[in-house]
Design a protein around this ligand. Structure first.
Ligand SMILES: N[C@@H](CCC(=O)N[C@@H](CS)C(=O)NCC(=O)O)C(=O)O
Length: 151
């Protein structure tokens, strides 16, 4: 049991890999927001506006691109952070390796596709389905952790 949360455990190692994938994806959203803020001259604070050549610029909160990236980032935070926490409990429950790998891959694929669907944007229900697959994986992992835990 002491080796469960170590890279000697293939399930933890695979979990670390797919967590890294979704974390990288989430981390990219901040710089992507900054990039489009500068490109579209859409700043949310007075002091940021002063950095622009146009000194008459005022804070703006309704740029469609910036707001879409922000919503996508927030959605990542709402889903990927629970994946990291629930995943740790799940790995500690010592699941079957092939089932765990399938769940990790499904979650990572669903979240990457969710971003593609949000930013393209693809017609609904594409994004909703990606979201539900992610929620489903988190739910299954949490169920397994609950059923293995003592109370
Ligand atoms: N916080 C989300 C909760 C529900 C959710 O995550 N829905 C998915 C599928 S429709 C989504 O992509 N929502 C868009 C969003 O979070 O901006 C919301 O306000 O929509």
């Amino acid at each position: 049991m002491s080796d469960v949360l170590s890279f000697n455990n293939p399930v933890f190692s695979q979990f670390a890999f797919y967590s890294g994938v979704v974390l990288c994806k989430t981390l990219i959203m901040g710089p992507a927001t900054s990039f489009f803020r500068m490109k579209n001259e859409t700043f949310s604070n007075e002091e940021d506006c002063k950095l622009s050549k146009d000194k008459s610029l005022k804070p703006k909160f309704n740029d469609a691109t910036v707001e879409r990236i922000r919503r996508c980032h927030q959605n990542d935070l709402e889903n990927n952070i629970p994946f990291l926490l629930i995943g740790l409990l799940y790995v500690a429950s010592e699941p079957y390796e092939n089932v765990a790998l399938y769940l990790f891959r499904t979650f990572a694929a669903a979240r990457l596709l969710h971003t593609v669907a949000y930013l393209t944007p693809l017609p609904q229900p594409t994004r909703a389905l990606c979201f539900m697959v992610g929620v489903g994986v988190n739910g299954l992992m949490l169920f397994r952790a609950f059923t293995q835990a003592q109370y």
